[in-house]
Structure formats: structure tokens, C-alpha cells
Ligand binder design. Structure first.
Ligand code: CDP
Length: 806
């Protein structure tokens, strides 16, 4: 009889559950051009809105004359701060506890700031009218350097904060100062550094860049005056939070607001915040009684929506003569632009920057971060990063390389000597985190063997000799980075945004015929959630992934959640999915026991069924159990098979990885040819290896962009000089190298399936890897550090500065 039952392995494979490289179900529509993005939405009587933006980075707005614009055929309205003021909507709260102008209220603080909102029958009339709105500006002195912004006589940027010595994150010591956030033991760290054998010191700038998703930000607001219901479609990474904020700002009851995130063409943090376009579209829809669409163009997106990084990190790292790290000190000057609109959990104004002790067992450390206002766009989002982890990883991985130079040690040897050991987990870092699990030595050794690290160093030495003999004009660099991420924000006890605890959720309904729908509080922007969350569930409840629909992004149907960013989906919503699945399984066990006429404890789960312990030929499949849930009156049980889980994670997860790349740097042209990239990631239990590989490829490419050229740059007058894709580096297939990926598996001990996040990891580890390779190439000529991005011009200048051009 047993022969009739397919082996457990075959049945598990048929589920396409955990560990299966299941093809992405989303791609059927995406590859056929059938995705439905915000700009695909067309509603009856829909009109269009767009902004008049400031050409000045700092100016007083003396007057706005709408007359000529209003005369353009098809123009319906031109809104200014004056129009929004009676509604109290000319300013809005930011995620960081500051407030931000929706439309310029008396002055502008950065180039591209929203001054007026034109509403018209079509985009063309909108564009024509924007040209005709006459704004009289009086230019004011501009400050784009955060150090100059803190000088005593620096221009006052935020006049609305005049006299306020307290901000959302404590005291402000200067009119352009936002906060000082300190972690660790300053006195003890300074004492260790003062008495250390060796101290390496450096100023490290992680330049301003931008997530630049393929699809820009946008929304369609539709106020139905009959039902009183506002529907808002938008490129939102956190639709429920947007609904709550929209309700708080507008006064519309939350049940009367429906927020829908349709397909999203990449987010990378750019679509977390609330932008003036959303507020103006809602107001315009209420005023005109018609649906209003606003979609940014590429320049609007690059110049005005949330930027990333812009951290000046002054570091000191101390060690013994033989290379044991004894202390780490860091002070950050953080350029937040004109408003503090960083997207961080409330208690973390510098995000999780205090993960900057990295993968090393550093006994004592101190971090201080000063937030500063400048005449630049606001934002400070986690661009493929978990709240400033990328800055932290870049800082420590550069500091360790610089320390290695000072000690005359190989950078890998220094890392191996200072890694947190496997037996030290759970590990308590000097800056307050509890790392859940890790095995850094194994990962690093595996990486070194895979690339033949010793062989690479020997080749590098030979090539250096050839260069010195004048036989070659290129230098070889080997870049090593070992990162520890912190993802899965987060435990409600210490992570909230605007007071909303950062749990997440999953609701499952099993249909009578044994298929299912799962709805989550997260929202995919390309990560493949519809594929992978079904896999988690398939393994938990024994229903094939192909029979499970995953739905996200509609606040009228999905359970409340805090959305997708910072690789939190797997650690938090993925855990909620497993927990909700377990509730389904618990009820299914009772149903199975009833059907098999045995006690609940006498049945056990086996892949896709419950069977009687010791008698596997007597079983009920999940399909049979599902049907029974709807057609049998089971004593003591409600009909139906549904469950919901709101999951508050006990801790973050700490993925890690060892990345190594090989680069040839042409000293005459500054061109860096990335010859080899090897990336080993450990994200705990792997749900879908193919999707993980895709995430790693994408993240490495973004890291390559950031390290090697991508930048939001300003001139002295506050003009953005990289506001188009002609100037802002996005790698194409031509610039993208081949990637070798690898993995180890160290499950998270507290996650129900042991999974950690992975989406951000390659960006976090990739940037220091590429940057370290460039520095490594020039190391024999005395270079310790040079600022990113390492574009051809800057690399040429390094070579020139070192006298390599003869
Ligand atoms: O929050 P976000 O979706 O951006 O990041 P993530 O949680 O790291 O997940 C990115 C994608 O990788 C999702 O489709 C995950 O299900 C998948 N993943 C996986 O297959 N195995 C893991 N251990 C982690 C993520």
C-alpha cells in the first residue's frame, strides 16, 4: 500500500516550497508588457497636475502671478501655499519629526522645490501653463557644504525654526543644526585610542546619491464626493502608512481612504516618504471633484525626491601592534538638505549607523552624528540599505583597510584576526546590537579559496613589477569587503515610524478546493514576493505554491503592515506568513484527526498531509482537509480555514557576506576595468536561490554605480549638476561585469524559518569592495584613501597626484 504514496521528497518538490528556484510568477505579465503601473491608470474625467519648481537653491518668494497661466486653454487651477494655508496643508510632517513645505511658503530651500501646482485637462496644457506662472524670487546666499552651514555666520535656512533650541531628536546648537545622536562610550573609547599602539585616522565621505528607480514617483487621487471615499493609487513602498498619514493630514476618516500600490517599477527607498505631489493631487481632486494624476519626470525625481547617503564620517580606529582592534571612534556630519525628511525609525535619527563596528569584535566604540540643514533636497532614504547600514559598512571596511596599511598587514589577515567568532553568537556589540548568528571565518575562508586569494596577490605583485619596469600602464587592485547587515526592522519595542510599530502581517484564506490566497502588509517593487511568499506558505501548509495567490498593496484588503524597504519583508512579513501558515496547520491537524477518527496528538504533518503516527498509509491530504473545513460540522470547531498573523520580530536579522573583486586601473585614462567579482552571501535559510541570485546581481550593479560614478552633485550656487541620466551614472549591460555568486547558510535562530533578508546586502558589501579595489591598486604608491565616486576623472587625478604621469 505504501508504494502508492509518492516519496516525501517528490511530494515536497511538487510543492515548489522553500529552497526551490521557482520561476517568478510575476514575469508572465512583466515580460509581456502587461504590468499595471500608476501611469497606466486612466480614469473617466481624469485631469493632470504638475509643479512650478524653483530654479534657485535659496530665495525668498516675493510674489506668484497665476494670471497668464490660468488663461491657457484647459488649465483648471493653479495652487500656491496661500491656497493650501486655510486647509493647514501648506506644510506637512516628515517621517523624521520635522515639517516640510508642500508648496513654497515665503521662501525656497533647494533647487527644484515645489512652488505652485498647476491642474489642467492634459499634460500639454499643464506644461504650457507652468512656463507662464510668474514667480518673483529674491536670491539669498546658498550653503551646500554642511561644515560651512554650521559656521556662526552661516545663512539662516529654516526661518520657521527661529529660536527653537529643541528639535524632534533633542537640542539644536546652531540655527542650521538638526540633532546630535550619540551611541557608545565616548570617554572609554577616547582613552583606548589615546593609549593605543597604533591608530588609523581618516575622513571618509559617502557622497550624495539617489535610488533612481526606473519608474519615477507618482499618484492618482480620486475623491468620490458621493461616497466620501478617497482612493489613492501611488508608487508607495508603505501603503498602509500612507493611508494613516493621509488621514491625519487631511482629516478624512481612515476608513474612507483606500490606498493602492499597483505594480511598482523599483523603489530602493525612494518611494517610502510622502511627497508634495501626493498632497497636492489629493487637494486638487477634492477641489475639482475629478481624479488627478501626478507623475514626475526623471529630472524632478533626481533633483527633488529623496536622496541617499551624504555622510562625512571622521573615524579613528585603534589596534595593538599585532593587529588586534581595541577601539573605534566616529563622528558623522550628516547633510540632510532643507528639511529633515529622513526615513528612519523614530528612535534612530541616523538609522542603524551604529552597526558600524561591522563584523569585528571591537571592545569599545563611540558614534556621534550631527544632522545639518543645507540648501539641498530633503530625504536621506535607505537606498537599497537598511537605514544607514550602507554608510556604516563602507566606513568600517575602509577603516580596516587603512588600519591594515598602517600595520603593514594584509587586509584579509587583519579581518580574520578580528572577526566575531562563531561561538560568540548571539554577540552583543559595543554600540548596542545583539547579532543573532554568524560564521564569518567559514565564509571568508570559502571566499579566499574560491578566488585563490594568494594567487591573486602574487599576480598583483608581478604586475606591479611590470608597471615599475615601464612595461605596463595599468595597476591591479584586489578589493575585499566583509559586511554584516542588520535587516528586519523591527521589534516594535524600539522601531516605529510616526508612532506606528514596525510589525508586519499576513492573512491566509484556504479555499474549499484546496487553493489559497495570502495577503500581506508589504509591497513588492520587483523583488518577487508573489513567488517567494507562496513558497514559504507551500512548505508550511502543504499546498503547492502554484495554487497560492499572493496579494499586496491594497489597504482595503491587505492586513495592516509597514511596507517594504530595508530588506524587512522576509524577516518580518515572511515570518508572519510562516506563523499564519502554522495557525492553518494547527486547525488542519484537528480536522484531520476528526476525519481519521483519532486524537489530535496521534496525527503528524508530512509535507502535504496529516497521517496517523506509525500508519502513514492512513492520511488526509491538505486538499481533503480544506474541503472538510467547509462541508463538515466538526464538533468544537468553526467552519472555514483562515488565519492571520501580526508578527513583531524579537530581533533584527544579521545577514553577512564576503565579497572580493579584481580590478585593472589604467593610470593614463583613469578607467577601472572590473575583471572579476565574487560575492558570497549568507542570508540564512534560502527561500528561492534564483531570486536571491537576481537580488545579488542587481545590488552589485547598483554598488558598482555608486562606487564608480553615480552622484548627485551641486555647484556652489546649489544647482544640481547631475540631474539627468546623461550625467547620473546608471550602468548598462556594457559596464556591468560578470558576477560569481556563492553562499553559506547560517539560519537566524529567532526567525520561524531561519531566513534573513538579502535584498540590500550586495549594495552594502559591494560599495566598499569596489572602492577598496581602487585604493588597493594605488596602495604601493602611498595612497591610503580617496573619496568616491571613483569615476575616470577622479581616478586619473589620483594617479596624477601620486606622480604616476611622469
Ligand atoms: O524587503 P525586500 O523584499 O526588499 O527584501 P528581502 O526580504 O531581502 O527579499 C528580497 C527577495 O529575496 C524576496 O523575494 C525574498 O523572498 C527573497 N529572499 C529569499 O529567497 N531568501 C532569503 N533568505 C531572503 C530573501
Amino acid at each position: 500500500m505504501n508504494e502508492m504514496i509518492p516519496p516525501a521528497g517528490d511530494r515536497a518538490a511538487a510543492l515548489k516550497g522553500l529552497g526551490s528556484s521557482r520561476k517568478r510568477v510575476e514575469d508572465v505579465r512583466f515580460t509581456q508588457g502587461k504590468g499595471a503601473y500608476v501611469d497606466d491608470i486612466k480614469l473617466k474625467d481624469m485631469v493632470f497636475g504638475d509643479f512650478v519648481r524653483s530654479p534657485y537653491a535659496h530665495a525668498r518668494v516675493v510674489s506668484v502671478n497665476k494670471e497668464a497661466a490660468l488663461a491657457v486653454p484647459g488649465v483648471i487651477a493653479v495652487l500656491t501655499a496661500e491656497d493650501l494655508a486655510p486647509l493647514g496643508l501648506h506644510w506637512m510632517p516628515t517621517l523624521a519629526g520635522d515639517r516640510q513645505m508642500v508648496l513654497a511658503d515665503g521662501k525656497v530651500l533647494y533647487q527644484g522645490q515645489e512652488v505652485a501646482f498647476v491642474v489642467a485637462e492634459n499634460r500639454y496644457a499643464c506644461a504650457d501653463a507652468i512656463e507662464l506662472v510668474e514667480v518673483d524670487y529674491e536670491a539669498l546666499p546658498v550653503v551646500t557644504d554642511p561644515f560651512k552651514a554650521l559656521e556662526p555666520d552661516a545663512p539662516v535656512l529654516r526661518e520657521d525654526l527661529a529660536g527653537k533650541t529643541e528639535g524632534a531628536h533633542g537640542p539644536r546648537r546652531h540655527h542650521n543644526h538638526i540633532f546630535l545622536w550619540e551611541q557608545g562610550d565616548r570617554a572609554a573609547t577616547e582613552a583606548v585610542i589615546d593609549g593605543a599602539d597604533v591608530v588609523a585616522e581618516e575622513r571618509i565621505h559617502y557622497h550624495r546619491t539617489h535610488p533612481c528607480p526606473l519608474e519615477t514617483c507618482g499618484c492618482v487621487a480620486s475623491m468620490d464626493k458621493i461616497t466620501g471615499k478617497l482612493t489613492l493609487w501611488g508608487t508607495f513602498q508603505a501603503p498602509h502608512a500612507v493611508r494613516t498619514v493621509a488621514s491625519l493630514i487631511s482629516g478624512i476618516a481612515e476608513h474612507n481612504i483606500r490606498v493602492i500600490s499597483p505594480d511598482i517599477g523599483g523603489g530602493f527607498g525612494n518611494k517610502v516618504g510622502v511627497y508634495p505631489g501626493y498632497v497636492c493631487s489629493i487637494v486638487a481632486s477634492i477641489v475639482t471633484g475629478r481624479p488627478v494624476k501626478w507623475v514626475e519626470d526623471r529630472m524632478d525625481n533626481l533633483m527633488t525626491t529623496a536622496f541617499a547617503r551624504d555622510y562625512w564620517m571622521d573615524g579613528r580606529i585603534a589596534a595593538t601592534k599585532d593587529g588586534r582592534i581595541t577601539g573605534l571612534w566616529c563622528h558623522v556630519t550628516a547633510d540632510h538638505g532643507g528639511f529633515d525628511a529622513c526615513a528612519d525609525p523614530t528612535k534612530f535619527p541616523a538609522g542603524f549607523f551604529n552597526i558600524c563596528t561591522g563584523s569585528y569584535d571591537i571592545p569599545v566604540a563611540y558614534v556621534g552624528v550631527d544632522g545639518v540643514y543645507t540648501n539641498k533636497a530633503p530625504g536621506g532614504v535607505a537606498y537599497r540599505c537598511s537605514f544607514r547600514v550602507t554608510e556604516a559598512a563602507y566606513f568600517i571596511e575602509r577603516m580596516v583597510d587603512i588600519l591594515a596599511i598602517k600595520l603593514g598587514m594584509d587586509p584579509v589577515e587583519l579581518r580574520l584576526k578580528n572577526f566575531i567568532r562563531k561561538d560568540q553568537f548571539p554577540y552583543h556589540s559595543a554600540l548596542g546590537w545583539e547579532y543573532d548568528s554568524g560564521d564569518y571565518h567559514t565564509a571568508m575562508e570559502q571566499a579566499l579559496a574560491a578566488v585563490d586569494y594568494k594567487g591573486l596577490r602574487a599576480e598583483q605583485a608581478e604586475r606591479l613589477e611590470a608597471f615599475k619596469r615601464g612595461e605596463s600602464r595599468s595597476l591591479m587592485g584586489v578589493g575585499v569587503a566583509f559586511f554584516t547587515e542588520i535587516v528586519g526592522a523591527g521589534p516594535v519595542k524600539n522601531c516605529d515610524i510616526l508612532g506606528l510599530g514596525m510589525f508586519d502581517s499576513c492573512e491566509i484564506r484556504i479555499h474549499p478546493t484546496g487553493s489559497a490566497i495570502a495577503r500581506l502588509g508589504t509591497i513588492s517593487q520587483g523583488q518577487g514576493h508573489a513567488t517567494t511568499f507562496a513558497q514559504i506558505l507551500a512548505s508550511e501548509i502543504g499546498i503547492p505554491a502554484d495554487d497560492i495567490t499572493v496579494e499586496e498593496g491594497d489597504t482595503d484588503t491587505a492586513p495592516y503592515g509597514l511596507g517594504t524597504y530595508g530588506s524587512r519583508s522576509t524577516p518580518v512579513a515572511g515570518a508572519a506568513t510562516a506563523m499564519a501558515g502554522r495557525k492553518i496547520r494547527a486547525k488542519a491537524q484537528m480536522i484531520a484527526a476528526y476525519l481519521l477518527e483519532v486524537h489530535d496528538d496521534d496525527v503528524e504533518f508530512d509535507v502535504d498531509r496529516f497521517q496517523i503516527k506509525g500508519a502513514p498509509e492512513r492520511f488526509k491530504t491538505m486538499k481533503e482537509i480544506a474541503f472538510a473545513a467547509y462541508n463538515q460540522a466538526i464538533p468544537g470547531l468553526e467552519p472555514g480555514l483562515e488565519a492571520v498573523s501580526y508578527y513583531d520580530p524579537p530581533n533584527m536579522t544579521y545577514p553577512f557576506g564576503a565579497y572580493i573583486c579584481v580590478m585593472d586601473v589604467d593610470v593614463d585614462t583613469g578607467v577601472c576595468d572590473v575583471r572579476r567579482v565574487y560575492a558570497l552571501d549568507d542570508c540564512g535559510t534560502r527561500i528561492n536561490p534564483m531570486i536571491i541570485e537576481g537580488q545579488v546581481h542587481g545590488g552589485l550593479t547598483e554598488a558598482l554605480a555608486i562606487a564608480m560614478g553615480q552622484e548627485i552633485a551641486y555647484d556652489e550656487d546649489g544647482n544640481v549638476t547631475t540631474g539627468t541620466l546623461m550625467d547620473f551614472f546608471i550602468p548598462t549591460a556594457v559596464e556591468t561585469p560578470h558576477y560569481e555568486t556563492d553562499h553559506t547558510v547560517t539560519p537566524s535562530p529567532h526567525h520561524p524559518i531561519g531566513a534573513k533578508g538579502v535584498g540590500e546586502s550586495p549594495n552594502v558589501g559591494g560599495v566598499p569592495m569596489f572602492s577598496n579595489a581602487v585604493m588597493d591598486a594605488f596602495k604601493p604608491f602611498g595612497l591610503t584613501h580617496a573619496h568616491m565616486p571613483h569615476d575616470h576623472w577622479r581616478v586619473w587625478r589620483i594617479a596624477n597626484g601620486l606622480g604616476l604621469h611622469g
